[in-house]
Design a protein around this ligand. Structure first.
Ligand code: HEC
Length: 350
């Protein structure tokens, strides 16, 4: 961001919430539930005549209207893409007595076009890996594409490129024998790159550590489900392309998520509605690779993994019910210091 925001004469100011040490934050306004663009093309030598203002983040912040999302790691997303809905539902409906005793519910974020379960993004509001790549191009990078061909801002005098900016490269003079790569746009390339990223490999054998035993005993595992088994796939097997074989399908993955939404209380609520997800509902964050992460929770609010655990605990208010994780965090707090440390050490090895 810091190398491009004033490129070619652009007059942008860096918003105060973007710092060189990270995390990179995507700003959203509660009032309209939308991502707001950090920068404009105003002032660029290749955008003469265009005048657009950057959003007024300072006023929005003062009015409590500004909330943030940080990026989510992509490892293993090809597997998440193909987990069966029936497996997500069966997992949601397992261990019901334990979940009820601890106040844990959960529900999927349903895509009402096909009635199937969405599973990507902090609120599980995105259906597929390909859709996520297309959204990323349009909303985060401002690049129109075959999925989302319309400019976010169509202000007269500010639209310089034909749409979509990222399309296929099909050459009409080549129509008798078009090459395959003529059809590959950046969105598909990005999705395919991500699809073939393997799941993170934990630095400890799962099921062997004292820390994981604590994680299971206090109830973290009731939301952060250890494993799913993906169905046979034409393209995936532990990160390799199956079309060239040999493949070992199906694959057991260890995402440590149930991929459904939970009420997490007013302390984590951001007031943004995303599909069925309400302002206080979040997808259980997958914990694979959490030991390598620099910032935790949807808005990257802490670098301290214990603070991230404690942030799960929150009383209800007039708007939102209490967090579904309250009893589990009370169990965590009741552990001996040694067992708490073992649990944290386990997370750091994921
Ligand atoms: C009721 C379900 C639920 C329970 C129980 C639960 N979590 Fe979570 N966890 C979540 C959700 C939802 C998030 C994402 C919240 C957000 O970003 O606002 C999350 C996020 C996290 C994160 C941050 C991950 C990231 O990528 O930033 C960590 C670490 C974590 N949980 C650890 C734990 C541990 C350890 C326990 C047990 C002591 C636990 N969780 C119990 C639902 C749960």
């Amino acid at each position: 961001l810091f190398t491009i925001y004033t490129l070619n004469g652009a007059t942008n100011k860096m918003p105060s919430f973007e710092t060189s040490g990270g995390p990179v934050l995507v700003p959203m306004f509660v009032s309209d539930g939308m991502v707001h663009q950090l920068f404009t093309v105003t002032g660029r030598t290749d955008a003469s005549g265009c005048t657009l203002s950057q959003p007024d983040f300072t006023t929005a912040a003062a009015a409590g209207n500004l909330v943030f999302r940080q990026p989510i790691p992509l490892f293993g997303d090809g597997f998440i893409d193909i987990i069966r809905d029936s497996d997500i539902l069966a997992n949601l409906n397992s261990n019901l007595a334990s979940k009820q005793a601890l106040g844990i519910g959960g529900r999927p974020n349903i895509n009402h076009a096909d009635n199937l379960i969405m599973r990507f993004g902090w609120k599980a509001g995105v259906k597929s890996l390909l859709e996520m790549a297309a959204l990323e191009a349009q909303i985060h990078k401002g690049v129109t594409n075959d999925f989302f061909p319309n400019e976010l801002d169509e202000t007269a005098g500010c639209v310089f490129n034909p749409v979509p900016e990222d399309g296929n490269n099909y050459d009409v003079t080549d129509r008798t024998q078009p090459a395959r790569d003529q059809f590959a746009d950046d969105v598909h390339n990005a999705a395919n790159f991500t699809r073939l990223l393997d799941q993170p490999v934990p630095a400890v054998a799962l099921g062997t550590s004292v820390g994981q035993t604590q994680f299971n005993n206090v109830g973290c595992v009731l939301c952060h489900t250890q494993s799913f088994t993906t169905p046979n796939s034409t393209t995936l097997a532990n990160g390799f392309n199956c079309r060239k074989g040999p493949c070992s399908n199906p694959v057991t993955i260890n995402p440590f998520s149930d991929f459904v939404l939970h009420h997490m209380g007013p302390c984590l609520a951001d007031g943004i509605v995303d599909g069925d997800a309400q302002g206080d509902e979040w997808r259980t964050a997958p914990l694979w690779n959490v030991g390598q992460r620099g910032f935790f929770l949807h808005d990257g609010r802490t670098r301290d993994i214990v603070a991230a655990i404690q942030a799960h605990s929150c009383a209800g208010n007039a708007t939102y019910p209490p967090s579904e994780a309250n009893a589990v965090i009370a169990n965590f707090n009741a552990l001996t210091a040694a067992n708490q440390q073992a649990l944290v050490n386990f997370l750091r090895k994921l």
